[in-house]
Each structure stands twice: as C-alpha cells, then as structure tokens.
Design a protein. Structure first.
Length: 94
C-alpha cells in the first residue's frame, strides 16, 4: 500500500446540475488564490457529485473543519478562502 501526501485542507465544490455553472467560476477564482498564496500542495480543490442541497445552490464545503456554505457567489467564495484557508497575516507596527 502506498501512502499519499494528503493536503491539509480541501474545498469541495458541488457539481450537481444546479451548482455546476456557478461553482465553475468559484473554483476558478479559488484556484487562482491558492496558486497566488503558494498553497498548491496544502489545499485540494475537489468537484463532488450532487450534495442534495439544491435549494442552497451553489454549495461548497471546507474540510477538515466541516464548514458548509450555500448560495455562494464568486465574491463569497473569495471571502471564504480569505477567512478559512489563508487568513491575512496581521503585522504589528514597531
């Protein structure tokens, strides 16, 4: 058995019929942020089958925190990334 190097976090994007179009844009925006932040090996972006939350489409989940978000616009996806994946580093002025 071969052990895989698993990323620390994963963002799951529902790819069901009601989510797929909007989540395509969300994935693209977050993929860009992941690359810019140098987190390519630490964060996996995963398309999933329908999560059966169609009334809340589009849906994404952040793991391992088990955080689920519905009605996610591209702007909200970016906010989720900034808050839960790569929070800004606070610097203290000397």
């Amino acid at each position: 058995m071969k052990k895989l190097d698993a990323p620390q976090k994963a963002i799951y994007f529902c790819d069901g019929s009601k989510c797929s179009k909007e989540n395509k844009h969300n994935r693209k925006a977050i993929r860009t942020l992941v690359k810019e932040a140098g987190l390519k090996n630490e964060v996996a972006l995963v398309k999933t089958f329908c999560t059966d939350n169609c009334k809340c489409a589009p849906v994404i989940a952040v793991q391992p925190e088990n955080l689920w978000f519905g009605d996610v616009s591209e702007k909200k996806a970016i906010q989720i990334f900034e808050e839960y994946i790569a929070p800004p580093i606070l610097t203290i002025a000397k």
